[in-house]
Design a binder for this molecule. Sequence first.
Ligand code: GTP
Ligand code: MG
Length: 197
Amino acid sequence: LHYRQARFLISAATLAQCPTDVGAEVAFAGRSNAGKSSAINALTSQKALARTSKTPGRTQLINYFTIGETGRHLVDLPGYGYAKVPDKVKREWQSHLSNYLRNRQSLRGLVLLMDVRHPLSEFDQMMLGWADEAQMPVHILLTKADKLKRGPAAASLQKVRHALKEWEDLVTVQLFSSLKYSGVEQVHAKLDEWLAD
Ligand code: GTP
Ligand code: MG
């Protein structure tokens, strides 16, 4: 697929405002500041397709990007676990997310981003649980891999793989760095697999 030709399509405040549930999409989820928007930029070789920020909670809307000319989308989800969000709003967002994973027909897979230095947070495990319930495939990116030396990064990868051993049919894991563009081809291969007809 022609990831470089990705274009912004629409922002939705709620899942009800998302585009008609046709075509194929892959959603990017993860804690605030994990690097979802940066990953979408790296994957599309565009500097500012998705807005990024040092302050967690930058992405507050569900942003849809179209790849190429057909009905294929990448979806940048707001981060979960953002500290300043009131608990009530957090809970609402959580129930929206689990509904989305269960009911969105066009959703082919979930890219779940975790900081390589502290993966598998409570929220990450919750997402994995919902994905499992929905039988939704998950591809985990251990992001900011450039922040660790090769050895510790490999150790983190092994640790996560080991922890998710029982889910290996549905869950794959890799290292990723938006800064260094490392792991981009591996993600493209996964997206190609999911978004093929
Ligand atoms: P929210 O929209 O708040 O949920 O955050 P997000 O997950 O979209 O994170 P975003 O892409 O905005 O990145 C957060 C911060 O991490 C920014 O300061 C990025 O520059 C930085 N960052 C993202 N990816 C990487 C990476 O691979 N390496 C390094 N060193 N920094 C990164
Ligand atoms: Mg973002």
